[in-house]
Ligand binder design. Structure first.
Ligand code: ADP
Ligand code: MG
Length: 552
């Protein structure tokens, strides 16, 4: 008898499991997608390691995923011949939550009400633990490629799991076998028809062939051929094919908002298939978050850590496949390769032009993309000098002239007043606060539009920049307002500064002393008596507040 170690799940796993089991989420089929995607990942990891260690493949080089159904024993078995897991990897991967996105997801789900929380489960991948939606006991038997030791992980998903060594004869020669002991009401997952339908719907495009064995001892028959979708002609690929593939590669369960698929030819050749997600991924602002574009070389997955896109496009999911790198390319070599720089440039251009086309052709769809990712795209305004104008042109803003709809800078430029020399903006924490600002009075009186900027990132790009079509951006809380040359719309106002005002200014300067750098009359106000403004140069008021908040 092999000794059995008992482990308690990490607290977050226990919480997640509780959510899974008690969820009212009805589409439990997603567990199969999670298992198949893990199996495919494991095959891809093996293919990659085998580039330098071909002996890992032995005589069994072709990757595969096999689903075995057993109606009598009410079991479903998912087996792959991928990389497998060592004992430590089993404990690490199936006892903790390694993904940063999952934590963010759990915070959201805990904050949400029951039903809404359940929808979140459906919308976002929740990984291996989703098996406990349909199984009351799960056995994982795994053998790491190249190892003669095999391990057995078992759990009922109720707080603890066990790990023990198993006789190699009872384990796959390489890879992982996951046996689900299905719940009473999950018997449908032993039906061939059901499984075949679900696999075609959810996982038809994983790059590893999938077969099914209808009952123990029966022949395996293939239900998905493992051809890489991106190698097909665009005309052969349906919208559903793309959406299905997107869900697999992005780990999201929604529809892509935008699909970009192209083959670059010329000095460097590569194929790219990239998606803008239809909703916001949970880890969008996670500082540790890597990009999510995968790099393939001749259909072999190499890494998802090559920086194939600039940071401000980190919400884009997908892959690039090229034949122009050697298979055994090291990750350091990739970063330095001129090909990578070329791909980054080409891919960034294609994605931005596709977003531009969406903005022109389908403004409603575009505005959804903007709501989800505008605050990330705007980082590009100060990070990517070359594309600054392009990104500014894509940007949409709340302004003093916008009602429900946000406005583009081209709208702003069209409505500029005669004599207006700048694009004016006001930054702050929220719209209501901005709209109530006395700083706006003089601008409103003259019908001058002011951008109302409430994203934290706004305070950064406005200071870095910029100008747009020859007009500088100018904070209305900063420096002199230059409004004198523009006529007020209600002509009655506009009394010149009288001697008593000058007297007041002298008095205020003397009283306030060092507390202010200057006191002056202003065109900014029409009703309020005074307001604070920042000096012409240096951070504007909102940025100043943010920097103070950050403890600087
Ligand atoms: P994710 O796939 O996003 O990392 P999962 O919860 O689906 O999250 O899986 C957790 C981890 O367990 C994987 O990252 C992987 O290391 C490991 N794992 C799961 N299934 C397999 C498998 N079939 N073969 C090898 N490793 C696996
Ligand atoms: Mg997974």
């Amino acid at each position: 008898e092999m000794p059995v170690e008992k482990h308690v799940f990490e607290a977050d796993v226990a919480k997640l499991l509780h959510l899974m089991v008690h969820s009212v989420y009805s589409d439990k089929n997603v567990f199969l997608r999670e298992l198949i995607s893990n199996a495919a990942d494991a095959c891809e990891k093996l293919r990659y390691e085998a580039i330098v260690a071909p002996e890992l493949l032995g005589s069994d080089a072709a990757p595969r995923i096999v689903l075995t159904l057993d109606e009598e024993k009410r079991r479903l078995i998912v087996e792959d011949n991928g990389i497998g897991m060592s004992r430590d990897e089993l404990v690490e991967s199936l006892g903790t939550i390694a993904r940063s996105g999952t934590r963010a997801f759990m915070e959201r789900i805990e904050a949400a009400q029951g039903k809404e929380g359940a929808q979140l489960i459906g919308q976002f991948g929740v990984g291996f633990y989703s098996v406990f939606m349909v199984a009351d006991n799960v056995d994982v038997v795994s053998r790491r490629a190249g190892s003669d030791k095999a391990w057995h992980w078992a759990s009922d998903g109720k707080g603890s799991y066990t790990v023990s060594a198993v006789e190699p004869a009872d384990a796959p020669p390489r890879g992982t076998r996951i046996t689900l002991h299905l719940k009473d009401d999950a018997n449908i997952y032993t039906s061939r028809w059901t499984i075949e339908r679900i696999v075609k719907e959810q996982s038809g495009h994983v790059p590893v062939p999938i077969s099914i064995i209808e009952k123990p001892g029966a022949e395996a028959s293939q239900i998905a051929d493992g051809t890489a979708l991106w190698t097909k002609q665009k005309s052969e690929i349906s919208k559903e094919d793309y959406a299905d593939f997107y869900r697999g590669v992005a780990g999201q369960y929604d529809e892509p908002a935008l699909t970009v698929h192209f083959r670059a030819e010329g000095r460097h050749e590569y194929t790219a298939l990239a998606f803008v997600p239809g909703s916001k991924p949970f880890d969008l602002f996670d500082p540790d978050r890597k990009g999510r574009m995968k790099l393939y070389v001749k259909r072999v997955f190499i890494t998802d850590e090559a920086e194939l896109l600039p940071r401000y496009l980190r919400f884009v999911r997908g892959l690039v496949d090229t034949a122009d790198l050697p298979l055994n390319v090291s990750r350091e070599m990739i970063q330095e390769s001129p090909l990578l720089a070329n791909i980054r440039k080409g891919l960034t251009n294609r994605i931005l032009t596709s977003i531009e086309k969406l903005a022109e052709g389908d403004p409603e769809a575009f505005i959804k993309v903007w709501e989800n990712f505008g605050s990330v795209l705007k980082e590009g305004i100060y990070e990517d000098f070359e594309r600054r104008t392009q990104l500014l042109a894509l940007s949409r803003f709340r302004t003093t002239a916008s009602d429900e709809k946000k406005r583009a800078l081209s709208d702003y430029m069209k409505d500029m007043k005669e004599g207006q020399t700048a694009i004016y903006y006001l930054t702050g924490d929220n719209l209501a606060q901005l709209e109530a600002s006395p700083q706006l009075e003089g601008f409103r009186a003259r019908g001058i539009e002011v951008l109302l900027l409430t994203d934290p990132v706004d305070s950064f790009w406005v200071t870095s920049a910029p100008e747009f079509e020859g007009k500088p951006f100018k904070s209305i809380t900063q420096g002199a307002a230059d409004l004198a040359g523009i006529a007020k719309q209600d002509a009655a106002a506009g009394a010149e500064a009288s001697p008593s005002v000058a007297e007041f200014v002298t008095f205020a300067k003397a009283t306030l002393g060092e507390a202010v750098s200057d006191v002056r009359t202003s065109e900014r106000l029409t009703e309020s008596a005074v307001c604070l403004v920042a000096p012409e140069h240096g951070p504007d008021r909102q940025l100043e507040k943010m920097l103070q908040g950050a403890g600087r």
